[in-house]
Design a protein around this ligand. Structure first.
Ligand SMILES: C[S@@+](CC[C@H](N)C(=O)[O-])C[C@H]1O[C@@H](n2cnc3c(N)ncnc32)[C@H](O)[C@@H]1O
Length: 302
């Protein structure tokens, strides 16, 4: 079967460690009653991720297994009877899952691409489908490098803004072990999606290095009733990122695309904020103040 993967496939030490950390984080965040929760995963031909998710208490009947290569999912269907399979792109699979009325508790989008418009467009399309709701846990993996030159410039500009804003000091401290460009990668991709950050890591895959992170889809309340860290979807950061992108020399269509992505998220953010404030019987001002205080006390596990 034709596939683009490291020569020995995906059964190697750092990848096993990656699966353990991603699904450990998802399992913790999703909490009890996992056997009722639906998840999306892209396990590739080895299928090891299916066994890892099963080990955490998720049931095959609630697993939505995706690969753009239909031969891969046909093989997995035979090997793991009971799973639901989609031999299409992740965004198309999310459309079908939404059509079935299913809400996903967690997804692991283990992409192999670098950060560029094909990936950002795919992620943005995924985010538009209602199977992903506020609170869905999302894993994302991207290639660490090989960005087109205009995108690398935009990533550096975004990070430059973050690192020059004194208010971002604590946020920066939570990015230990990452390069500035990694922070740009995460901000760019998560800004498009609207994500809060829980865990992240880097691992070697053949000759490439990969960057992964795990977060919660835009929603202001964390599972334990506290406020979630809005790190990568806060409008202030998004505004900074957008002005950076405007200066990065991207083609005008690209800048317009980014502006569209971010405006949507700013709108979604304030809608969520207003809903939460109403639910708590607080004024928007009081709630936003409490929210920012919580943001300042945030630290991220690596
Ligand atoms: C890195 S591998 C997955 C490895 C697996 N998660 C593991 O832990 O062993 C990525 C798989 O996703 C598929 N893929 C990549 N981008 C995709 C997309 N946008 N939609 C659907 N499948 C995609 C590839 O064909 C490949 O089989």
């Amino acid at each position: 079967m034709k596939r683009s993967a490291p020569s020995g496939g995906y059964d190697f030490g750092p990848k096993r460690d990656y699966r353990r950390r991603v699904w450990g984080g998802i399992s913790e965040a999703v909490g009890p009653h996992k056997s009722d929760k639906h998840i999306l995963l892209m396990p590739s031909i080895e299928g090891d991720e299916i066994a890892v998710a099963e080990g955490k208490g998720f049931r095959r009947a609630n697993m939505h297994v995706v690969d753009a290569n239909p031969a891969i999912v046909a093989h997995l269907q035979r090997r793991y009877p009971g799973i639901n399979t989609y031999g299409v792109t992740a965004s198309r699979a999310c459309e079908r899952i939404t059509d079935s009325g299913i809400v996903l508790a967690a997804c692991n989008f283990d992409f192999t691409n670098s950060v560029g418009f094909p990936l950002l467009d795919e992620i943005h399309e995924i985010w538009e489908h209602d199977c992903i709701v506020a609170g869905t846990m999302l894993g994302l993996t991207v290639l660490r490098g090989r960005e087109p030159s205009y995108m690398a410039a935009a990533l550096d500009e975004v990070t430059h803004c973050l690192y020059n804003d004194r208010a971002m000091e604590e946020t920066r401290q939570s990015f230990r072990g990452l390069t500035k460009r990694d922070v740009g990668r995460m901000t760019m991709v998560s800004g498009v999606m609207g994500l809060t950050l829980h865990r992240y890591g880097i691992y070697l895959s053949g000759k490439q290095t990969m960057l992964w992170w795990l977060g919660r889809s835009l929603g202001l309340l964390s599972g334990d009733g506290g406020l979630s860290q809005p790190l990568l979807c806060d409008p202030t950061i998004m505004g900074l990122a957008l002005s950076a992108i405007e200066r990065a020399g991207l083609p005008p269509e690209a800048v317009a695309k980014f502006r569209g992505y971010w405006l949507e998220h700013v709108r979604a953010f304030f809608e969520a904020l207003a809903d939460e404030a109403l639910e708590r019987g607080q004024t928007l001002d009081a709630f936003y103040e409490a929210y920012q205080e919580e943001v300042r006390s945030f630290s991220c596990e690596r």
